[in-house]
Design a protein around this ligand. Structure first.
Ligand code: GDP
Ligand code: IMO
Ligand code: MG
Length: 431
């Protein structure tokens, strides 16, 4: 049965949420397998805008089952806030939300721990400040980790938190004498209450997913973050703490990655990045520059933190690297409308590194920092694209630009997006 994955091929915010929403028309189940409340996926339907951080984008379609897999890290307070927001919009998730009892829990001390490194010059990586890194550290370190399934057992939770909180308090105070200190008993009560709330949704999602897969259900995996933020294959150390690429599906959901029959790579028609780290095609050219112009037209401000996103030309070297490590079958080119009105457009097809021309994405962030993009220049167009509904509505230069991206990446272009609305989507008919 078809099992599809939507995965970002840049530094996140490629408009995965919109694609997942458009595709959930044909899917029974949507699964998040990585990340946590660092994600911000936007969906616009008619006059409503939804910004989803932890909940899979499928939740806004009443017929879809949403699964939060074991690879996700959950902040129960934020999850409940998100559920409440949906209720205000008359969307009752009811039993359609299923959460893995193996997913790890973000506690307030994780957020405090993150502040320690993020506030230090030379250590900060510009995180979302949501405690993602410290929570995954505890997961891998094993000793101080607590999973969702443990929240429902008060005595056990209290016992675990007695040990963990003692350690965390000492750690926090060791770095900063005035650091916030936590009370294990209070946290146990608070998080046990969260556990009671989550209980009806908690289950062994691995068994459930396999049952549904066998029953022939259409399953869609919704990647969070982007491939260049992947812990193993991104621009380390300026990355997130999970495997955002398709390799994360098997570990983060329990359904083997090899069952995925189609990998859809999502790309903006240009490149953005929030947070720190190398960005070879960045247009850091001042308040009247091209970077600022893209930011303004594309409304490039972070969904989670509101930070201005850094903007730049399309980077085909990075996108090729991402396509390769994900096994991408087809691509979606998003926000093409934003590029209307530029006399010419650039695509980086190679880098110059210390005098040499290279076409691979360097391992070392310091090398990536030294890379100068080698561009090919394409003609721009003036016509707005936002009302285009079929390929033939696009000006020739816009069509050529999208085709060139597909050609360089040697991948078919499945769809072109010309606005945030569901309806502003052009299916090319090529896949
Ligand atoms: P995600 O994290 O990959 O789901 O992406 P985000 O939701 O963080 O950011 C993408 C932004 O672009 C959102 O504000 C979307 O509403 C918006 N968007 C999606 N597709 C298009 C498009 O084709 N054109 C424009 N102008 N905006 C779009
Ligand atoms: P979606 O799913 C864009 C970035 C942060 C920071 C780095 C590490 O909406 O595409 P973290 O808080 O994860 O430890 O931060 O990763 N980052 C994202 N950037 N989109 C995201 O998610 C991101 N999630 C994390 O800005 O640079
Ligand atoms: Mg986002």
């Amino acid at each position: 049965m078809p099992c599809t994955c939507v995965v970002g091929l840049q530094w996140g915010d490629e408009a995965k949420g919109k694609v997942v929403d458009v595709l959930t028309d044909h899917h029974d189940i949507v699964v998040r397998y990585n990340g946590g409340p660092n994600a911000g996926h936007t969906v616009m339907t008619g006059n409503k805008t939804f910004k989803l951080s932890i909940l899979p984008t499928g939740v806004i379609r009443p017929e879809v089952i949403s699964i939060i897999g074991n690879g996700v890290v959950i902040n129960p307070t934020r999850l409940r806030e998100e559920i409440s927001q949906l209720l205000k919009n008359d969307i009752d998730i009811g039993k359609r939300l299923v959460i893995s009892d193996r997913a790890h829990v973000i506690f307030p001390y994780h957020v405090e721990q993150e502040k320690l490194t993020e506030s230090k010059q030379g250590q900060s990586i510009g995180t979302t400040g949501r405690g993602i890194g410290p929570c995954y550290q505890d997961k891998v370190g094993r000793v101080h980790a607590i999973r969702t399934g443990e929240l429902t057992q008060h005595a056990h939770l209290k016992e675990r938190l007695d040990t963990v909180v003692d350690f965390k308090n000492k750690l926090l105070r060791g770095f900063n004498h005035d650091a916030v200190q936590f009370d294990a008993a209070k946290l146990a009560d608070e998080f046990h209450e969260h556990g009671q709330f989550l209980k009806p949704h908690l289950t062994n999602t691995v068994t459930l997913l396999h049952q549904e897969f066998k029953a022939g259900k259409n399953i869609l995996f919704e990647g969070a973050q982007g491939s260049l933020l992947d812990i193993d294959h991104g621009s380390f150390p300026f990355v997130t703490s999970s495997n955002s690429i398709t390799a994360g599906i098997g570990s983060g959901s329990g359904l083997p990655s090899r069952y995925v029959t189609k990998v859809i790579g999502i790309l903006k028609a240009y490149t953005t990045r929030v947070g720190k780290g190398p960005f070879p095609t960045e247009l850091d050219d001042g308040p009247d520059g091209l970077g600022e112009r893209i930011r303004k037209i594309g409304k490039e401000f972070g969904t989670v933190t509101g930070r201005p996103r850094r903007c730049g030309w399309f980077d085909a070297v990075a996108a090729r690297h991402s396509s390769m490590i994900n096994g991408v079958d087809e691509i979606c080119i998003m926000l093409l409308d934003v590029l209307a009105g530029f006399s010419e457009l650039k695509i980086a097809t190679a880098y110059e590194l210390d005098g040499d021309r290279i076409t691979y994405f360097p391992t070392d962030a310091r090398e990536l920092e030294r890379c100068k993009p080698i561009y090919e220049t394409l003609q721009g167009w003036n016509e707005p694209l936002t009302t285009a509904s079929k390929i033939s509505d696009l000006p020739t230069a816009a069509r050529k630009y999208a085709d060139r991206i597909g050609e360089i990446l040697e991948l078919p272009v499945k769809l072109i997006s010309v606005g945030p609305e569901r309806s502003q989507t052009i299916f090319t008919g090529r896949v």
